[in-house]
Ligand binder design. Structure first.
Ligand SMILES: [Zn+2]
Length: 315
């Protein structure tokens, strides 16, 4: 169980950073920065995703069949334990053997309640804006925001892992009493089409987490006001027609024009919450001369109600 690491130590006990490792400025063998387990260096590489090239940053990783010590900062079990113990409310439950359960129904309720509060506050005649009630709403917002934030903290731990397996033994996912596998909750871009099908066919909305790369941030003008939109890099999938390509179009929306100002193009992000399907819509390829004439866009959107539903992560 391990996460990607930004530094290591070498045979002379020198701290080796990513850039030093890239220039081979170290003496083998490499060990973990905080315990003595064996680690290796993985160079940067790129992947093609749809029409974009996505860079994967270099990192140190645990050597095969090695483990971090129980107290090491990179031990996933230790990281999850700290987050679960520090969190309030009923988002986490302790299981036997130092394991935890993340209760997604509690997370969903927190998101829904935050949305209700936001809607009420927008209405000037609402009870939410009268004296004593205002304080109650502010406190509720703080408490619910903390719940969502705890969930985001464990998602960051997952984002630093290489596979689901590294976290799923330590942290089980449960929605309304039913166990959910990590592969149906947390999606990277190679799983976007499966994610789309799952959300599109769901009869009950379950919060899910999307790990993606920012393709574009823009403003969409509407009569009711401007909206901010952050599009994620879109994977493609071949269809049975050579001129038609499936595209997975995932985007994050906000009525706040500054909502995504801290993010930038090509940044890796994590977006978590009640994603909604917009179905499949065809669009014409605007690139003249391309053998692809039509895209079949599989569209999912997220409207976050709190900043804790989004964060930047390392690739
Ligand atoms: Zn370690």
């Amino acid at each position: 169980m391990a996460s990607k690491m930004p530094a290591a130590r070498d045979a002379n006990n020198n701290r080796i950073t990513i850039s030093m490792a890239e220039q081979r400025q170290y003496q083998k063998p490499l060990i973990c920065e905080f315990c003595d387990t064996s680690v290796g260096f993985v160079n940067a590489f790129t992947r093609n995703v749809g029409e974009d090239i996505v860079a994967i940053d270099p990192y140190f990783r645990l050597s095969k069949e090695h483990k971090h010590s129980a107290t090491c900062r990179y031990n996933v079990q230790g990281q999850v334990t700290v987050i679960a113990q520090e969190s309030e409310g009923d988002i986490f439950a302790a299981l036997q053997g130092n394991r935890y359960e993340l209760r997604l129904l509690a997370v969903k309720r927190a998101v829904e309640q935050l949305r209700e509060i936001a809607n009420k506050k927008r209405n000037p005649d609402s009870e939410a804006n009268t004296g004593a009630n205002e304080k109650i709403y502010v406190e509720a917002e703080k408490r619910l925001g903390a719940y969502v934030n705890s969930a985001l903290r464990v998602l960051k731990v997952r984002a630093a892992c290489i596979e689901h397996a590294e976290i799923e033994d330590v942290l089980q996912l449960v929605f309304d009493g039913v166990r959910l596998p990590w592969c149906d909750f947390y999606f990277e871009d190679d799983e976007y089409f499966r994610c789309f099908s799952q959300v599109n066919q769901a009869t009950i909305r379950v919060p899910i987490a999307i790990n993606g790369t920012v393709k574009n941030i823009s403003i969409v003008r509407r009569q009711t006001g401007n909206l901010s939109v952050m599009d994620l890099v879109r994977p493609y999938r071949k269809t049975d027609q050579a001129a038609v390509l499936d595209a997975a179009c995932f985007s994050i929306w906000s009525p706040d024009p500054n909502a995504f100002q801290t993010y930038k193009k090509e940044e890796k992000i994590l977006a978590f919450g009640l994603w909604e399907s917009r179905g499949v819509k065809e669009s014409t390829n605007k690139k003249a001369g391309s053998p692809i004439k039509t895209f079949r866009n599989h569209e999912l959107r997220l409207w976050p109600v709190t900043k804790s539903q989004l964060c930047a992560v390392k690739s």
